[in-house]
Design a protein around this ligand. Structure first.
Ligand code: MN
Length: 227
């Protein structure tokens, strides 16, 4: 019946708070979207336009464990607010952006920092530093209907119970509507797209056995163990 010559891959999906699954089409990530983090990475956090990189859709991790990846000795955590796109579009106006959001979740943009540093030095792409297998742990998606506005709130990440990252969504250089507007000028957003919106300061290394706990006010916490 099917004309696929090998079995079609399954659709990656994120559990939704209250039931159901959100199918993932693409994962976009914003770089350097908190000034203090831009500074800790050695950059001047001027309002240069936001820039984006991607991870494969099947990089999501929805269970409680992520395997320590190959080819790195410096795996870093980056806790981020994730926006789930429910309605696609191109050239979306900031004032219309909210209508395209289906829900929110907590994500961790796991990064092979040593590979990223090498890529930066050599002017190479970040793909292998950012888009590796299991590089996108994500918590349950909460439908947007549960929020009035969702632009401020505490964001933090603990490792083995000790605080590593702490900030406020208000500290984003580019707000969620601005990010959606900018991204939709580069690609046509589609239902199922996820956007990781950048991380506050305090990114640091994790080892096998570490327990990560990521929290954003109003969202279910995300707990991941590196194995
Ligand atoms: Mn990030």
């Amino acid at each position: 019946m099917s004309e696929f010559v090998i079995p079609a891959p399954p659709v990656p999906a994120v559990p939704v708070r209250g039931g159901g699954l959100f199918p993932v089409r693409r994962i976009f990530c914003v770089g350097r979207n908190y000034a203090a983090h831009a500074r800790e990475m050695g950059h001047d956090p001027d309002r240069e336009p936001p820039f984006f990189f991607t991870k494969p859709a099947d990089a999501i991790v929805t269970g409680g464990e992520m395997p320590y990846p190959a080819a790195t000795s410096e795996l870093h955590h980056e806790v981020e607010l994730v926006v789930a796109i429910g309605a696609g579009g191109r050239d979306i106006a900031e004032t219309d952006a909210k209508a395209h959001i289906w829900g929110y979740a907590i994500g961790i943009d796991m990064t092979r920092r040593d590979l990223q540093a090498e890529a930066k030095k050599l002017g190479r792409p970040w793909d292998m530093a950012k888009g590796f297998d299991h590089s996108a742990p994500i918590g349950e998606i909460v439908p947007v209907g549960n929020f009035g506005r969702f632009e401020s709130g505490h964001i933090l990440l603990n490792v083995n119970g000790a605080e590593r990252q702490e900030g406020d969504l208000l500290d984003m250089i580019w707000s969620v509507p601005e990010v959606i507007a900018a991204l939709s000028r580069l690609v046509e957003l589609q239902p199922g797209d996820l956007i990781f919106t950048g991380t506050p300061e305090g990114v640091a290394e994790v080892k096998r056995g570490d327990e990560l706990e990521a929290m954003i006010s109003g969202l279910p916490p995300l707990r991941v163990r590196v194995v």
